[in-house]
Design a protein around this ligand. Structure first.
Ligand code: FE2
Length: 442
């Protein structure tokens, strides 16, 4: 697909849909406020004909009307602003050439620090990915190195996928941390945690895909919390030191909101009052049966009584490439597309001979080797796993290539393969690499 899914330059995305939904939103808002078309028109100072025109797609969205509605009705202008669908064909595509042409270099501390490039994204979701190359090169892992310049953190969560020798620095509860990252290592971080990246050498490319997103906090939730103010908003934050503490706070909040004495809730749910008090005090958690009984008594969904317990440590969750799980889908022998290298490289070419000789599947998903086949890795990183050959950022040239191709697994790993004749017969044939991957692998 090409960038034909984008509107012509100078045309807002989804103009027709935007206009149509503007009328529908106005009609819906008036209905929610128990207004007929005539009474809505009177409220807004419009004639019946003018009001009807605003509902029609030809008229489109009007800021004046939205402001008037927000003046006379208990709603916000944003309640009447429709979204623009910039993804009418289901995908957004940004070609590498377009991404490269978007490159811009930002400075920190008076030095070139990051090169940013655009990635595909849509206004329909709060995901804000960016390709970021580290321009500041350090020779140590000191978070106070003069060439390390931190940000102040940001509201968005951030998942980061690393390529090359990247240092990731993050601050949590006043403590600075450094992680030596390499290709395939990834990290997820909580909002408002200051962080930054550098490169460990200038010879290899060092860059990341930084996927930031707002989760459930962006949009209406953020606006509502902002309107309530920080003191009230702080009260919504549950104690998440433990599952018991979080569930206790959650239970207390529902009991308080419904002005229901704990003893009465115990009676309604059949849970002994002493036991329920222990839960409310954060001393223990509800059993599944108790959750069901209490949810029915409080007229809640059982889900409402289940707390979210963070699994991040010091504000981050790290997934080193060397220990990340891998699997084949579809299992080997059942693939309808893709060469032998597809799990590692994403190559979706189908070798022509394989297409005609594919046999019935006998899935035996191989695991990715934890050791290189050849040459031996010289990486010194504690979380390293260099890129497979053919990947951007592959370090094959510097002798740190690791082979993720099951056909080229280390000898020691091959020993775990079926050895009996019957087992060998049941092993599905491995599809060959396509011509491009075969030549790239040498
Ligand atoms: Fe960030």
């Amino acid at each position: 697909m090409s960038t034909a899914n984008l509107p012509p330059a100078g045309t807002p995305a989804d103009d027709e849909g935007f206009r149509r939904r503007a009328g529908a939103l106005l009609h819906s808002a008036a209905g929610d406020l128990r207004r007929t078309s005539r009474s809505a028109a009177a409220d807004l100072g419009l004639t019946d004909a003018d009001y009807a025109a605003h509902l029609a797609p030809e008229q489109g969205f009007s800021w004046d009307l939205a402001q008037r509605a927000a003046t006379v009705w208990p709603l916000n202008e944003r309640d009447l602003v429709p979204v623009r669908n910039d993804c009418p064909r289901g995908v957004r595509v940004l070609r590498a050439t377009e991404s490269a042409s978007s490159a811009r270099v930002f400075q920190r501390g008076g030095i070139d620090y990051y090169e940013y490039r655009a990635t595909a994204m849509s206004r329909l979701a709060s995901f804000r990915p960016a390709w970021i190359r580290m321009l500041s090169v350090v020779t140590d892992d000191d978070p106070h190195n003069a060439d390390v310049h931190w940000n102040n953190g940001h509201m968005l969560y951030q998942f980061t996928y690393c390529v090359g020798p990247v240092n990731y620095y993050y601050r949590w509860n006043g403590r600075d941390h450094v992680l030596r990252m390499n290709t395939g290592d990834s990290i997820w971080g909580l909002p408002f945690s200051p962080h930054t990246f550098t490169a460990r050498n200038a010879e290899e490319p060092a860059y990341v895909l930084a996927l930031t997103y707002g989760g459930e906090l962006m949009g209406d939730a953020q606006h509502e919390l902002a309107a309530l103010g920080p003191d009230t908003a702080r009260g919504f934050a549950l104690d998440t030191d433990s599952a018991a503490a979080a569930q206790g706070r959650l239970l207390r909040s529902y009991l308080d909101a419904s002005a229901l004495p704990l003893e009465h809730a115990a009676e309604l749910s059949g849970i002994p009052a002493g036991r329920l008090a222990g839960v409310a005090d954060g001393g223990t958690t509800l059993t599944p049966d108790e959750v069901t009984a209490l949810a029915a008594a409080l007229r809640l969904s059982p889900r409402d009584l289940l707390p979210v317990v963070p699994d991040a440590v010091d504000g981050v969750s790290v997934c080193p490439a060397a220990t990340s799980r891998s699997w084949y889908h579809p299992p080997p022998g059942t693939a309808t597309t893709g060469c032998a290298n597809w799990p590692a490289t994403g190559c979706t070419r189908t070798p022509a001979p394989w297409r005609s000789t594919r046999s019935a599947p006998t899935p035996t998903p191989p695991t990715r080797p934890s050791r290189p086949c050849a040459p031996t890795s010289t990486s010194t990183s504690t979380t390293s796993a260099a890129a497979p050959s053919g990947w951007p950022g592959s370090t094959a040239a510097s002798g740190t290539k690791r082979c993720w191709n099951p056909a080229r697994r280390p000898t020691s790993r091959r020993s775990s393969a079926p050895s009996s004749p019957a087992a060998v017969a049941a092993t599905p044939p491995t599809p060959p690499a396509c011509s491009r991957c075969a030549s790239a692998a040498g």
